[in-house]
Design a protein around this ligand. Structure first.
Ligand SMILES: [Zn+2]
Length: 540
């Protein structure tokens, strides 16, 4: 009651109204001429003239990776590799190892260290020669193993690069222990650090709070099994069996489904039913995840020309034949396909394989196939995406986070103008969303909108002004368009009779250009008609 509503059914000024709800859905919307006094009725929520928008929908994040990292030592406070090694060695006896005996350290970047390089196995061997150690890059796309760690996962010092990974070597050709896209190698993953499903479940319960605080009413975990294989699947099911405050979608990694015999013949419907039953209808399955290339910062994205610093771009991690084979298999089992592709070559290969295998899509599927991140997607590729109904999601926060690197060492000033062409995508009619890839960048859809509207690097340089989104289009990307991408247009991401009663109450109008999106507070988050977060009371 007394809500200034932005209903996202069409572009219009916010209007004052009351939303009537029943059984977690919107029954009707009554416009108000004036504010109404309420007198302590239990079933009335008076939002006192604040702005109410549909619940914001996250379509690509990693609550699993974000939540389960907390118990491990972090690299945040170290400015040199030497300091990291000395400190971890000194408190080695106090650090808890994983259940299968690994020391895991998380969240480094080469740029944070005065040495300006990735650590090596020799650095980590100074911490321990006996305990296997895994040091994880902040992007999750690279790790460094010590010598004992390489032995444990069965990687020899003179092994060739497997198809889905890049090994760094010293001058003699031996592995330094630094491996890009390590998690694409199923055999190594199964021997690396493991967590018990119970601890994964309790970490997830904690992680949900940050999403509700940010005004997210539905999250999408895009890589179940990416870190801990099958134990992650069991952890998710454990978590979903507890009362759920947020809606959720769970995307299984193709490697996880391929790695375990019990999963090899499962269908999308099997998983959807399993997640729905555990969660009493609050969660569902969300297709299968592939990786077509690596990451821009590590220069493992498959670009059509060299990086600006002269480094050659690698090929995509999956061959066209392998993509075709797997896309046919998974689509016949009812999964929609979600593929990580950053470089234009990886995007092209993915698109061609989607088009070539389109006839294997099963009839009962509601979701379109998607491409994630899309840093260097071209206008021609966007036209193809539109023509073949391929959806997408842009990682626009990267303009702020790595925009300056994109201009200098990665893409160069000219190519950097064209990253994340969101306005062109809209003009082409591509169904797309924006994502933070949390925990790579923090979960905060209002900030995501800000970066898509402003397109400024951290040094303040604007990249590609013509690609800036309007406030309305940016809000659509995290509400109604996100629902459309998820195959539920009209049911979520809008305020209209029949839609789910998921809302966010904001301190100010996100469409008002005089208000910075960074200054707007999420006052309340409401899921299925119940208040699950308030700014004063935090998570309820
Ligand atoms: Zn991601």
């Amino acid at each position: 009651m007394n809500a200034k509503m932005i209903d996202m059914t069409k572009e219009q000024a916010p209007y004052l109204g009351t939303i009537e709800m029943e059984d977690g859905k919107i029954l009707r919307i009554v416009r108000q001429d004036t504010f109404v006094e309420t007198t302590g009725q239990d079933d009335v929520l008076n939002v006192q003239g604040h702005y109410v928008i549909p619940g914001m929908i996250d379509t690509h994040s990693h609550i699993l990776m974000g939540s389960v990292q907390t118990p491990f030592p972090s690299c945040d406070s170290y400015d040199s590799i030497e300091a990291l090694v000395v400190s971890i060695r000194a408190r080695l006896s106090e650090i808890t190892l994983t259940p299968n005996g690994w020391l895991k350290i998380v969240g480094y970047t080469a740029e944070q260290f005065t040495e300006q390089r990735h650590p090596t196995r020799h650095d980590l061997d100074q911490i321990s020669r006996d305990i296997p150690i895994l040091l994880e890059h902040a992007s999750f796309h690279a790790v460094v193993l010590n010598t004992a760690g390489l032995e444990r996962v069965g990687i020899g010092l003179t092994d060739d690069d497997p198809p889905q990974a890049f090994y760094t070597r010293d001058v003699s050709g031996a592995l330094t222990g630094h491996i890009c896209d390590f998690y694409s190698i199923p055999s190594a993953k199964r021997h690396s650090p493991q967590l018990a499903p119970e601890s994964i479940a309790s970490a997830l319960a904690q992680g949900v709070a940050s999403y509700l605080r940010a005004g997210v009413t539905e999250l999408s975990e895009l890589n179940v099994g990416g870190l801990y294989g099958k134990s992650e699947v069991d952890g998710v099911c454990h978590f979903l069996a507890t009362p759920q405050k947020i809606r959720s979608r769970w995307t299984l990694q193709a490697d996880t489904l391929n790695a375990y015999p019990a999963y090899r013949t499962t269908t999308h419907d099997d998983w959807a039913l399993r997640f729905r039953q555990h969660s009493k209808g609050m969660a569902t399955a969300n297709g299968v995840k592939f990786f077509a290339d690596g990451t821009m910062n590590l220069r493992t994205a498959a670009l059509s020309s060299a990086y600006a610093d002269g480094r050659q771009a690698p090929n995509p991690v999956l061959s066209s034949d392998e993509m075709y084979r797997q896309f046919v298999d998974f689509q016949q089992r009812g999964f929609h396909l979600i593929t990580h592709a950053i470089g234009d070559v990886a995007i092209q290969r993915t698109l061609e394989a989607y088009i070539a295998t389109a006839r294997y899509r099963t009839a009962n599927r509601v979701c379109r196939n998607r491409i994630e991140h899309l840093h260097t997607v071209t206008p021609t590729q966007l036209q193809l995406m539109s023509k073949y109904d391929v959806g997408g999601s842009f990682f626009t926060n990267q303009i702020s986070v790595t925009g300056d690197l994109l201009r200098t060492t990665l893409l160069g000033a000219e190519r950097a103008q064209q990253v994340f062409p969101t306005a062109t995508a809209r003009a082409c009619g591509v169904c797309y969303t924006l994502h933070a890839d949390a925990p790579v960048t923090p979960i905060a859809p209002l900030h995501l909108m800000h970066h898509a509207c402003e397109r400024r690097t951290s040094a303040g340089v604007q990249l590609g002004a013509s690609e800036c989104l309007s406030r309305y289009d940016a809000l659509a990307a995290v509400t109604c368009d996100a629902a459309a991408l998820n195959g539920v247009p009209g049911d979520q991401g809008v305020i209209r009779p029949g839609a789910l009663a998921d809302f966010v109450c904001l301190s100010d109008n996100p469409l008002d250009l005089d208000v910075s999106l960074l200054d707007i507070d999420v006052l309340q988050t409401i899921v299925a008609g119940k208040v699950v977060y308030t700014l004063q009371g935090d998570v309820l």
